[in-house]
Ligand binder design. Sequence first.
Ligand code: PTJ
Length: 241
Amino acid sequence: MMIRDLLIRGCEEKVVAPAGLIAQGRGEAFDYLLGEKTEKFALSAIDAAAAAFLLAEYPVISVNGNVACLAPEALVKLSEASGAPLEINLFYREPGREEAILKVLKDAGAQKVLGVSGKSGLIKELSSDRRIVDLDGIYRADMVFVPLEDGDRTEALVKLGKKVVTVDLNPLSRTPNRAHVAIIDNIVRVLPLLTASIGEYRKKGRDELEHIYDAYNNAEALGQALAFMGERLLALSKTVR
Ligand code: PTJ
């Protein structure tokens, strides 16, 4: 209920797009299927994601309205731990939204936020407003963290040769199926775990990080997430009286 209220308030303040409330509802439904816990397949994806951050030359964290509203402090901590800048990149570019999100991030302690300077480039493969990206950010990044993303942009970023890491509660959605690493879990639970994993992995050498990244198989993890949800529902069905 608290998270729901947070998003409703975020929507009133233009941080969250109206469609963001629908996205949250879809996410919540899948979170019920997960049992609202971080499972093994998500933990191994978090480890691969941490390795991807540390192996990248220029990683960037893409921030939309939902993520900024749900976990602004955790985003700032992830940015500090990984050295990856935050870039506001919106699907629904209504007037005032970027400014509202910038304020949320600054209030949470962000020093520098990309995507608001006007120094923008275009991802030509995309038709939505998400094609507008910061020349100093996603445009030149070799790895992009895009939680709660739409499928078109994930596909476009992969086509451009960038490594793409996402967080999505829905393993059937196109984004997790196109990304290199998809963490099937709630963004609120993932961000602190990912930040901790990056802190721990900083001590590891490049070879070890490459080994962790290469050992991860995204299709297998998505299959495990679906199987987990199915088995959980089956077990629950036996307890219904
Ligand atoms: O702020 P904007 O304008 O950039 O718009 C953001 C939204 C989320 C509205 C936009 O990107 C969008 O429409 O996304 P989709 O296509 O609805 O995809 C969002 C995905 O995030 C869905 O698959 C949801 O299941 C998933 N999701 C929702 N809440 C969470 C989540 N995944 C992880 N944690 C959540 N809390």
